[in-house]
Design a protein around this ligand. Structure first.
Ligand code: T6T
Length: 329
């Protein structure tokens, strides 16, 4: 069921991405004469985290008179992201905002933009060669992982086994979340991290892995799911195993499926990021660079997360940070 929903979002995302690109082509003359064109390449085009980032970026681009191209791959991987970047390079945008899907594999493709005189800003994820970037904008991922550990330890009263379901190694954000989680877990002498699994950003795989973990560790106290699709898969597996309320699920992000599970009390806590603000800042920094104000662009900007529990899920103070599954026009 998760896969079907994802495919639906995927088709919608692809159509809208084309729509935006098409609009740009129609307005091409005006774009060249007036505002510059900048590009945003997400980690994956179908993920509500990046779709929400597009909202902030599109609004800021409109405000500043810039044209925004949104172009991403259909999976969170260098295999789909690198061709998307290469296609974009041929269009020579004035600046590039990119969420690199791997810390190392994206260095060379990004270097090609820089060699072509195009400034690059990383949003969300980054590359290990940070010196070549004009700026990098992300959340405080280590702190987010530590908050997740605190939430699970609270539920478990500092005792018992827990597991992590992560995306894949080599992603700056989710690696940092895991690091923060493991470091904080060390403070609870009665707790043990018994497994770390990788779901390749697939809710179906996260579901299966969580099911196997629940069978292998019948006394498991909690699972930390490090991003959108991990949270969705783990939450559904806990329900399917009849373990709601017995196994604590702490998730990351706040796409509609996760928010539903949060409201149902399957996920007890979500560590929510601010992707729209990341997109807004990315466009603003690009504009500053393009208008000779590079000096005011920070080399690194880290945004705080918002921790939301089931009891707070319907409170507008928190709900305003939840993500959207539809691109804005
Ligand atoms: O958690 C976000 C993002 O921060 C991470 O880098 C990759 O996964 C997400 O897009 C959510 O699916």
């Amino acid at each position: 069921m998760a896969t079907t929903r994802r495919q639906r979002i995927s088709r919608r995302g692809a159509t809208l991405a084309l729509g935006i690109a098409g609009g740009l082509a129609l307005a091409g003359g005006a774009a060249r004469a007036g505002g510059k064109t900048i590009a945003l390449v997400p980690g994956i085009a179908t993920d509500p985290f990046y779709i929400t980032m597009q909202h902030g970026a599109a609004a800021e681009a409109k405000k500043l008179g810039l044209h925004l191209i949104w172009q991403g791959g259909s999976s969170f991987s260098p295999e789909t992201q690198i061709p998307a970047l290469q296609a974009l390079l041929a269009k020579h945008p004035a600046a590039l905002l990119v969420a690199p899907t791997n810390e190392k594999a994206l260095i060379n493709p990004i270097r090609q933009f820089i060699a072509a005189g195009i400034p690059v800003i990383s949003v969300d994820t980054t590359i290990s060669d940070t010196a070549i970037l004009k700026s990098r904008i992300t959340s405080n991922n280590v702190q987010g992982g530590a908050s997740a550990a605190r939430a699970i330890a609270g539920f478990a009263h500092g005792k018992g086994d827990v597991a992590v379901i992560n995306v894949k190694p080599g992603i700056s954000t989710t690696d940092a979340r895991q690091k923060g989680f493991l470091a904080q877990m060390k403070h609870y002498k009665g707790m043990k991290v018994v497994a770390i699994e990788y779901d390749d950003d697939s809710p179906t795989k996260a579901f299966t892995e969580a099911q196997l973990l629940l069978l292998k560790y019948p006394h498991l106290k909690g699972i930390f799911a490090t991003n959108v699709f991990s949270g969705e898969g783990v939450g559904k597996a806990v329900v399917a195993a009849g373990k709601k309320g017995k196994v604590d699920v702490v998730g990351y992000d706040a796409e509609p499926g996760e928010v539903k599970l949060l409201k149902q009390g399957v996920i007890s806590t979500l560590i929510v990021q601010r992707p729209a603000e990341e997109g807004r800042l990315g466009v603003k920094y690009a504009y500053d660079i393009l208008t000779g104000k590079s000096a005011q662009v920070p080399a690194s900007k880290r945004l705080a997360n918002i921790t939301v529990t089931t009891a707070e899920a319907s409170n507008p103070t928190y709900a305003k940070y939840f993500y959207s599954a539809h691109l804005s026009h």
